[in-house]
Design a protein around this ligand. Structure first.
Ligand code: EPU
Length: 421
């Protein structure tokens, strides 16, 4: 298992390019299961989670071709199995995204139930209840979801989600795309990745309206065709590098991104003292050598502050001027980075779902680890501002979500290297 060794103290300074969105790539790769013709997905990031979803498609007998630029062509005409095994689902919960498409297109699916997760219990009850409301028979046994559609075709209906769920909205939207009649999803997630998926479904011949609002209307069609779709830039990767630059009092230009998807994040960076210059695809952040000011935030579904940025802002606050409070409302256990940062000399107190961060002058290096992706990334950020050599263990979590993290940080002047443990 590899580790990262980071020698802190360098101000980030330079330009990097943002990769395609992980959380768009996964549902869009799952959506290829709905099409009768080949679908080509471009701008995919080279990440472990994307590889896992491609492997999942391959295990079902789906024909997948990848070129050297990570354009993936998926042709489902060769599908033989409708099964997502535990050994893959346990490494990536988003595998549940194949459930809706398999049921809608082939009338059956066996998908391992994702277990608990490092950041919370993360049930999938809303995915299952929605599919049942559309006429699926769903049984959970031996750790698997066994689902089928008596009569062969799901039926459109009105679905009111009692919690805003991103992959739940995506799964149901994909299922509804091939259902008979109209489905209305209320209290739908408004995340940009939901909109990207809707755009892709519409290019395939689907009729999806309202994505990006809390009511999505899907008129089911009899079949969907092949298409070509490039996924949107990764807003969380973008935010992570911006916060890293702010924490190190640095300057950064982030290219090939989508600034309009980061309103809440950019607002907090301005509060922290960053000077921001934006154009359509670029964000430049300059701290002009200043230490960041502590900010307070509360996570919530889009367009509010993403839970996936909470840990990184906690790292910035750890070395900021003043005190900031960070409240997590989406997941119940997403503060595992706090104990590790305190081992590095941070002064962060946890009170229920709020972390009170009193900024300190500097952190000191320590061996640290985390068991989730964003927490691991935040420990890399802490390492960038710590005195000495921070060793971040279990970095396979980082490889699930950040393409070439050490190369990108090196380009920005960080001292970081990967070593085999
Ligand atoms: N929830 C339920 N029942 C359900 C589904 C969700 O109670 O059936 C609850 C969850 O337990 C949670 C809340 O609803 O408390 C929101 O969870 P959501 O379903 O929106 O999360 P998700 O779809 O599993 C996606 C991202 C996560 C991101 C969350 C929130 C993907 C593949 N994953 O997860 O990304 O944190 O939305 O924005 O899109 C990451 O990239 O590091 C990551 C964890």
């Amino acid at each position: 298992m590899d580790r990262l060794i980071i020698t802190g103290g360098n101000r980030l300074d330079g330009d990097i390019r943002i990769s395609g969105s992980k959380n768009s790539s996964l549902p869009i790769l799952a959506a290829t299961l709905l099409a009768d013709g080949p679908v080509t997905v471009g701008n995919l990031p080279h990440l472990q989670d994307v590889t896992t979803l491609i492997e999942l498609l391959g295990r079902m007998g789906v024909h997948v071709t990848i070129d050297d630029r990570m354009n993936v062509e998926v042709n489902v005409s060769t599908i033989e199995e409708f099964h997502a095994p535990y050994e893959l689902v346990k490494t990536m919960r988003a595998s549940i995204l194949v459930l809706g498409p398999l049921l809608a297109h082939f009338g059956r699916a066996e998908v391992s139930l994702p277990g608990g997760c490092a950041i919370g219990t993360r049930p999938v009850d809303l995915h299952l209840r929605g599919l049942e409301a559309m006429g699926a028979e769903v049984e959970v046994a031996n750790g698997y979801v066994y689902a089928s559609v008596p009569g062969g075709r799901l039926k459109g209906t009105r679905l009111v989600l009692d919690t805003v769920t991103v992959t739940g909205t995506e799964n149901l939207m994909m299922a509804a795309a091939l259902a008979e009649g109209t489905t209305i999803i209320e209290n739908a997630a408004r995340e940009p990745e939901v909109v990207d998926l809707a755009d892709c479904l519409n290019k395939m011949g689907g009729h999806v309206q309202g994505a990006g609002t809390d009511t999505i209307t899907i008129e089911g069609v009899v079949s969907l065709s092949g298409t070509v779709h490039n996924v949107i830039p990764d807003r969380i990767e973008t935010g992570t590098y911006l916060v890293a630059a702010a924490a190190t009092s640095g300057r950064i230009r982030v290219k090939d991104t989508a600034p309009h998807l980061l309103d809440a994040v950019l607002q907090k960076l301005q509060e922290a003292g960053a000077k921001l210059t934006l154009d359509e695809t670029t964000i430049e952040l300059d701290m002009e050598g200043r230490r960041p000011k502590a900010i307070s935030l509360k996570t919530a579904p889009y367009p509010a502050m993403p839970t996936d940025m909470q840990a990184q802002f906690t790292a910035m606050n750890a070395v900021a001027e003043g005190t900031g409070t960070i409240t997590e409302t989406v997941f119940e256990n997403r503060f595992m980075h706090v104990q590790e940062m305190n081992r590095m000399g941070a002064d962060i107190q946890l009170q229920a779902n709020t972390a009170i961060c009193r900024g300190v002058d500097h952190l000191t290096a320590a061996p640290v680890m985390a068991t989730d992706l964003r927490a691991s990334a935040s420990l890399v950020l802490a390492g960038l501002v710590a005195e000495g050599d921070t060793i971040v263990d279990r970095i396979y979590h980082i490889d699930r979500g950040y393409e070439c993290i050490e190369e990108k940080l090196q380009l920005l002047g960080a001292s970081i290297r990967r070593v085999p443990a």
